[in-house]
Design a protein around this ligand. Structure first.
Ligand code: MG
Length: 262
């Protein structure tokens, strides 16, 4: 099931996305409004609205986004670094999250904004110290993410709070796909329709199981928390006015425009 979060007439709701649409379009898609929330038992109301009539919101409001770095060998190479033996994580704050269709605000303190297409894992239940064989039980589903990065600031500053944590640096969406085998999916990033990144999730160095075992050794994950699993090679610059799109096989396309103010 594809679960979207959206606003309609000033109200926020979750809905199951039904129907098929051509790539990059929402024509023909309908939302069946969910009674309750997707993190507990819920029912479909049967009340349906065309997706084109609503504003999509980030599919979840995470308490925290835990992002893993250098999890694709080719990307680690292009960053001039070695492949880490163990996974390493950093945070993106809840205030960095935006939905599909929202603008990425180009920060004033960088001159080198980069896209990073990533598969995002959405946590479905409170969990800690999750054993490998139970990882699938704590996952609600998967969505597309862009780990937008101020690359010059990342190089300059030891901690990445500013470089990767500024407002609008974590586009998520367009929705959460709950029925998906994430082990070998095409992941792609385009800028203004031109391909920049293309990889497969099977190229991850540390698997989703490894990443969730690793982070839950240290901390409790809450329903709606998001894990970013690293980006394939091909990261590159974004400019004012660019349209950046992350497409993952079996999920859909997350699209955002870059806007420089002032
Ligand atoms: Mg990243």
């Amino acid at each position: 099931m594809r679960i979207a979060r959206f606003s309609i007439d000033g109200n926020v709701a979750f809905g199951a996305v039904e129907g098929e649409s051509p790539p990059g379009s929402t024509d023909g898609l309908v939302l069946d409004i969910i009674k309750g929330i997707p993190f507990a038992d819920f029912e479909l109301s049967g009340t349906k609205v065309p997706l084109s009539k609503v504003r999509l919101l980030p599919p979840v409001l995470p308490n925290k986004v835990v992002a893993f770095g250098r999890n694709y060998a080719e990307h680690a190479k292009e960053m001039g670094g070695e492949v880490p033996d163990a996974p390493f994580a950093f945070f993106k704050p809840s205030t960095s999250v935006i939905g599909s269709g929202d603008d990425i605000a180009y920060p004033s303190f960088t001159e080198e904004l980069h896209h990073e297409a990533e598969l995002a894992v959405v946590i479905g239940r409170m969990c800690r110290e999750v054993p490998r064989e139970r990882v699938k039980d704590v996952i609600l589903g998967y969505t597309c993410a862009n780990d937008v990065t101020a690359r010059d600031v990342q190089r300059r500053e030891k901690q990445w709070a500013r470089a990767k944590g500024f407002d609008s640096s974590c586009p998520l969406g367009p929705w959460v796909e709950t029925d998906l085998d994430p082990s070998d999916l095409t992941i792609q990033c385009t800028v203004n329709g031109r391909q920049r990144q293309l990889g497969r999730t099977s190229e991850m160095i540390h698997s989703i199981e490894d990443l969730i075992v690793n982070i839950t050794e240290a901390m409790t994950l809450l329903p709606g928390d998001v894990i970013l699993t690293g980006t394939p090679a091909g990261v590159g610059p974004l400019s004012d006015g660019d349209e950046v799109a992350v497409t993952i096989e079996g999920i859909g396309t997350l699209t955002n425009k870059v806007v420089k103010r002032g």
